[in-house]
Design a protein around this ligand. Structure first.
Ligand SMILES: *Cc1c(COP(=O)(O)O)cnc(C)c1O
Length: 369
């Protein structure tokens, strides 16, 4: 039994999006599927399995716990933890065969020590900061860092990567500078004797908009879920995979002039019939959609009225012909063209699709097709 507020996830769309990216990239470029944050809200384990089936080369998460959950579920693909690794999680990362990020020499030494004590070798990916100014060894410090890394016999350098700050612009000066710095860092590594680690730079927007950033592997999240990460993505056949649905749980007649909900931020201009949907901001339906959002009921867009509550949202059904309890209400539709696409909903909230998707709470059952 599940509540009648749910996210429908089309795993075939995700598999197809992976195939579309692989077609675009050709056979020499690998794909790491990014499934951190519960697979961008789509469900990490089912998405991980779908990507494994469809031929992803690697999976990327942000937390060791996420990697462990994938291993426990039986996923055998290489998994990279692409975030700061706390010292007390190094052991678990090794135990579950997770590859980890090194973003400074202190982390490297910590991992080296712990791997040494276990007499094991751990596969690591060196993160270079080429201008994002977040994580990573600064490109100009790479050569000297490489000298130190060479002495760490329990670290196997499986990959070297960086992250782009402005990847969605095809002619971006920042990206060109970042790629030049990445090159500089690679020269430093080669000089220290590191010959052929896997190089990866591009996220979803860069892999589409910046062919020169593809290197050996791309790290794609958003595009795998069918969301267009940049303008240029319209030419790739990406199918959104998630729809958010609820239903009319209750009909409420209000008289002209009556206020509705917390703060009475909406007042009926006419005698009205409202529908109460059992979904609220605790489910991840943003409160900023109060008096601004729309949902589709019986094929028609109807407005959200009043403030979105923690567990409920009111919509105006006055213009719907014979509204009734049980009618399905779509809050997010799996279509680029819909005014209820994730992109459109995010724009209305002043945010990005990533935040809407990852904000869908665990209270929302995911139903897989
Ligand atoms: C989340 C993440 C990605 C995926 O970015 P998308 O824009 O969703 O493709 C790639 N690389 C790193 C390091 C990330 O943290």
């Amino acid at each position: 039994m599940s509540r009648p507020t749910y996210a429908e996830v089309d795993l075939e769309a995700i598999r197809q999006n992976l195939r579309a990216l692989k077609t675009l990239l050709g056979p020499r470029v690998k794909v790491l599927g990014v499934i951190k944050a519960d697979g961008y809200g789509h469900g990490m384990v089912p998405v991980g399995r779908a990507l494994e089936e469809a031929g992803a080369d690697m999976l990327g998460v942000a937390l060791v716990e996420e990697g462990i959950e994938l291993r426990v579920a039986g996923i055998t693909l290489p998994i990279l933890v692409m975030n700061i690794l706390p010292a007390n999680e190094v052991g678990a990362a090794m135990e579950y065969g997770l590859q980890t990020m090194i973003d400074d020499l202190r982390t490297a030494r910590e991992i080296e020590d712990q791997a040494g004590r276990r007499d094991t070798v751990i596969q690591v990916h060196l993160k270079i900061d080429t201008g994002m100014n977040r994580l990573g060894i600064r490109s100009e410090d790479t050569a000297s860092a490489a000298e130190s890394l060479r002495e760490m016999k329990h670290l196997a350098l499986a990959g070297v990567y960086t992250h782009l700050a402005c990847a969605d612009d095809e002619n971006d000066e920042v990206t060109r500078r970042q790629l030049a710095r990445f090159d500089e860092a690679l020269r430093g590594l080669r000089a220290a004797g590191f010959q052929s680690p896997l190089l990866h730079v591009a996220n979803s927007s860069a892999l589409i908009a910046q062919p020169s950033a593809r290197f050996d592997m791309v790290r794609s999240g958003l595009a795998l879920y069918g969301i267009r990460p940049c303008r240029a993505a319209a030419r790739v056949n990406l199918r959104p995979a998630l729809a958010l649905k609820s239903h009319v749980a209750h009909l409420k007649r209000v008289h002209r002039g009556e206020g509705v909900g917390y703060g009475h931020t909406w007042r009926a201009q006419r005698d009205s019939i409202l529908g109460v949907l059992p979904i609220g901001y605790a489910d991840g339906y943003p409160r900023s959609l109060s008096n601004r959002g729309q949902v589709r009921v019986a094929g028609r867009l109807v407005p959200v009225v009043g403030t979105v509550c923690m567990d409920a949202t009111m919509v105006d059904l006055t213009d719907i012909e014979s509204p009734h309890v049980g009618q399905v209400a779509a809050l997010i539709e799996a279509s680029h063209e819909s005014p209820l696409s994730v992109e459109a909903v995010a724009r209305l909230c002043g945010t990005i699709p990533y935040e809407i998707l990852t904000g869908l709470s665990r209270r929302i059952p995911r139903l897989y097709r």
